[in-house]
Design a protein around this ligand. Structure first.
Ligand code: SF4
Length: 171
């Protein structure tokens, strides 16, 4: 036991280093997003994430927005548990047959004005799952889409840029 303890102390952490990122660029992007949300809505932006059938790769990047590294909430953006409290639906994955009705209901439950952002290459047209027996297609096959963010999966910075582009477009 003691040997193992000393070995671990000498080895140091086995996890990878966090990716290098310019804090100033992130802070500027986040602040621009906060200003755009206040201009457009008069308050913070609320986001409801919907997994319509993804492999969860896109979810990992979306969750990263809330971790201490990116800390999205410091810019006034927050994820909400109900579509009734949301301004934006952030939808990932190809739409599966099992999730189509749930996605349509979620869309109807979201109050106007609302925007739909399709996240990831699968959300555009089904991606690598297109044509599969369980796949309906991209998000636009089920509900209207306002913006698509490319990537497999898109990085947290790409997600922030996409949300900013959405608010700029909606102005
Ligand atoms: S775009 Fe890539 S990461 Fe996202 S759900 Fe599809 S395969 Fe997974």
């Amino acid at each position: 036991m003691r040997k193992l303890l000393f070995e671990n102390l000498l080895k140091g952490p086995v996890t990878e280093r966090a990716p290098a990122m310019e804090d100033a660029a992130l802070a500027e992007l986040g602040a621009a997003l906060e200003r755009a949300a206040r201009r457009k809505l008069g308050r913070s932006l609320s986001i409801r994430e919907v997994d319509a059938g993804s492999c969860n790769g896109c979810e990992l990047e979306i969750h990263a927005l809330n971790n201490p590294f990116y800390d999205l909430e410091r810019f006034g953006l927050r994820f909400v548990a109900s579509p009734r409290h949301a301004d934006v639906l952030l939808v990932t994955g190809p739409v599966t047959k099992n999730m189509q009705v749930a996605l349509e209901r979620t869309y109807r439950a979201t109050p106007d004005p609302k925007w739909v952002v399709a996240v990831g290459d699968c959300a555009l047209d089904g991606g690598m799952f297109a044509g599969g027996y369980a796949c309906v297609g991209g998000v636009s096959a089920a509900i209207p889409v306002d913006l698509h963010i490319h990537g497999c999966p898109p990085s947290p910075l790409q997600l922030l840029k996409g949300l900013l582009a959405l608010l700029d477009k909606a102005r």
